[in-house]
Design a protein around this ligand. Structure first.
Ligand code: ADP
Length: 227
């Protein structure tokens, strides 16, 4: 496997709570990984540590073999903007911006001129079924459409890894399935690794691998043939 992202021996403590208790994890190019587990098991902590948002107390996070946990804050946030895409549960689009500018925002933050950034972000609108919605504001989009704009935004930077935190948590079952199919398809197409937290086994089944977390540890690892 061509490993894109690895977490090795990750630990994280909050007071006396061991949120991560020695987690090893690897994701390859175009590979998708679902993290499942009961509430409080450490899923979000693991996602945030892997994404360089929370620093681990012990262990390492490596992006293509480079330690990211030892980078200073500025370098780490630049690395996050350039190499990572994020899809959250909902409500993360800016209400005053049209869909195409929302999707182009990470590129603009990287200094790409508005026109070019919008052009690059718009490449994802047709494959994601968003054609014709470029100028709509988030309030004029359905929940599923808004999540597809969030996917376009995550992919616009051509990331190495897409992190998704309950990306279908606010959607009905049919829309969830559509969104998850598009998300896994787009990541495979671009070779981006996908790391997704979900409590929904049907959504996890769209990923190549599923890690089950319990009390900050991986309790088991299952592999699916893609459905
Ligand atoms: P999950 O995402 O599986 O619900 P979390 O990663 O959010 O689990 O939390 C794992 C454990 O760490 C829980 O016991 C939670 O209460 C604790 N925890 C998470 N974040 C914090 C924090 N910022 N401060 C204190 N405890 C925290």
């Amino acid at each position: 496997m061509n490993t894109v992202l690895a977490g090795l021996g990750l630990t994280k403590k909050y007071g006396s709570t061991l949120a991560l208790d020695g987690v090893d994890i690897r994701v390859g190019e175009g590979d998708s990984l679902a993290i499942m587990g009961p509430s409080g098991s450490g899923k979000s902590t693991l996602l945030h540590v892997l994404a360089g948002i929370i620093r681990p107390d012990g262990g390492s996070v490596l992006l293509r073999g480079q330690h990211i946990d030892s980078l200073g804050e500025n370098k780490l946030s630049a690395l996050r903007r350039r190499h990572f895409g994020f899809v959250f549960q909902s409500g993360q689009l800016l209400p005053e911006l049209p869909a195409e500018e929302n999707a182009a925002l990470p590129l603009m933050l990287e200094g790409v001129a508005r026109r070019q950034a919008v052009e690059r972000a718009r490449r994802w609108f047709a494959p994601l079924g968003l054609e014709g919605l470029e100028l709509r504001r988030p309030g004029q989009l359905s929940g599923g459409q808004a999540q597809r704009v969030a996917i376009a935004r995550a992919l616009a930077v051509e990331p190495d890894v897409v992190f998704a935190d309950e990306p279908t948590g606010a959607l009905d079952q049919r829309t969830s399935t559509e969104v998850i199919q598009l998300l896994t398809f787009a990541c495979r197409e671009t070779g981006a690794a996908l790391v997704m937290v979900t409590h929904d086994a049907d959504m996890a089944a769209h990923c190549d691998h599923v890690l089950h977390v319990r009390d900050g540890r991986i309790s088991h690892h299952s592999q699916y043939t893609v459905t």
